[in-house]
Design a protein around this ligand. Structure first.
Ligand code: PMP
Length: 435
């Protein structure tokens, strides 16, 4: 039929003519043609509940966002060298979500660009080049970002850490280097070790970059007080602290608008991406006046697309929608409800080894005896859930973590549907006989 003919045609063209390292989700790939709130709809009209997409933050094709973008697109799109009210309006809307210390914004077009700029700021302001980052951290696709992303350089095709990158262990209290309730200082000591190691070579630290919940590493929550200790150590050595909020920002974690606010710290630089444009390429770097002044050393920072009026109109609409629809509060309420439901499921299915996360940034991992990671079961689960019309993704060092980070319009009914189907799939033979 026409629909499957299209799928094989698109697939074979992609294989031949699109970049050879592009990947595609699912054993039987999806041909998605429309989005609607928390749903994606394929070419055959099948609707899927999307628990994966933290980019479509306020819901796929949210009418207010679509309207803001199309209206501005019909009127004007230029760069930042002309004055335009849209950019200042967006800046005000964005900065209002931050503590007063963070009061300067640079607009860019992707999370990678944001982190690339944050690195450049740190190099310029400190005059140093060394960066401390997390094991299995991912910060973007540019050369600079790949160079600080252990998720990439320690993985397939990678060549290990570059000279100026210093990795600290993943702060996984469930299955990491240190486990249990009292891991904060143990993990933070590794930041100090890396600082010492950098200084022993006659150099110093430029920045420490960290997520508030480690995403690609498998939705790992930081031990309480870890960031406070790490920031203090890094600042004492003269380095800057960068919070990568590309995945977790903009209200997703529920209790706070920004992930770093869960940890009682104020970064020097915050990078924002995915959710800010609801799918439109829009990202930002927010920093202190001091960092912004240090960075403005005479060399212009010019970005052709960053801060254009269409992107700014879209970003403003996204932030207003989060506020007007109470989506941060919804993330917290639905996230808590879902977490409880997952715990009930865990009581019946011990294959669910750990449940973690905040708001609608959750994850659970599958384990066998002795916490052995069960990647085949995680993959089976994601693929089986698809047949029930629910999209899920897997990640983590051992690919045994199911991530839940849906558009924030995901509500309690959607959570019930997810839990019901998880129960069905967890009952299946393949999931039951993992030993
Ligand atoms: N930081 C984090 C934490 C990310 O997850 C990503 C993307 N997965 C990036 C940065 C890079 O963002 P982008 O893909 O928009 O360049």
């Amino acid at each position: 039929n026409k629909v499957s003919a299209d799928v094989s045609e698109i697939l074979s063209y992609r294989k031949q003519h699109l970049g050879k390292s592009l990947s595609v989700s699912y054993k039987e790939p999806l041909h998605i043609v429309r989005g609607d709130g928390p749903y994606l709809i394929d070419a055959a009209g099948q609707k899927y509940l999307d628990t994966v997409n933290n980019v479509a933050h306020v819901g796929h094709e949210h009418p207010a966002v679509v309207k803001a973008g199309t209206q501005q697109m019909a009127l004007l799109n230029t760069n930042t060298r002309y004055l335009h009210g849209q950019i200042t309006e967006f800046a005000q809307e964005l900065l209002a979500t931050f503590p007063p210390e963070l009061s300067v914004v640079h607009f860019v077009n992707s999370g990678s660009e944001a982190n690339e700029l944050a690195l450049r700021m740190a190099y310029t302001v400190t005059g140093q080049k060394d960066i401390i980052a997390s094991e299995i951290g991912y910060h973007g696709n540019t050369n600079g970002c790949i160079g600080i992303s252990s998720y990439k350089f320690d993985g397939k095709g990678g060549a290990g850490a570059p000279e100026h990158t210093h990795i600290v262990p993943l702060v996984d209290a469930f299955r990491g280097k240190y486990r249990g309730d009292d891991t904060t200082t143990k993990y933070a000591q590794h930041v100090q070790h890396q600082l010492n190691h950098i200084q022993e070579q006659g150099r110093n630290v430029a920045a420490f970059i960290y997520e508030s919940i480690i995403s690609c590493g498998g939705q790992i929550e930081l031990p309480e007080g870890y960031l406070e200790q790490a920031y203090a150590m890094v600042r004492k050595a003269g380095g800057l602290c960068i919070s990568d909020e590309v995945q977790v920002g903009c209200g997703r974690v529920g209790k706070a608008f920004w992930g770093f606010q869960l940890h009682n710290v104020i970064p020097d630089i915050v990078t924002i991406g995915k959710p800010l444009g609801n799918g439109h390429p829009l990202a930002a770097v927010v920093c202190t006046q001091k960092v912004a002044e240090g960075f403005a050393n005479g060399m212009e920072y010019f970005n052709t697309f960053g801060g254009n009026p269409v992107s700014c109109a879209i970003g403003t609409a996204v932030l207003r929608t989060v506020k007007e629809e109470g989506l941060q509060q919804q993330a917290q309420a639905v996230g808590d409800y879902l977490k409880e439901g997952l715990k009930t499921l865990q009581a019946d299915f011990p294959i669910i080894g750990d449940i973690r996360g905040q708001g609608l940034f959750l994850g659970f991992e599958l384990n066998g005896p002795d916490l052995a990671p069960l990647a085949p079961q995680a993959s089976y689960l994601a693929n089986r859930m698809k047949t029930f019309g629910i999209l899920m993704s897997t990640d983590g060092l051992d690919h045994n973590v199911l991530k839940i980070k849906p558009p924030l319009v995901f509500n309690q009914d959607h959570a019930d549907e997810l839990l019901l189907r998880l129960r069905t799939v967890c009952s299946e033979d393949f999931m039951q006989h993992q030993h």
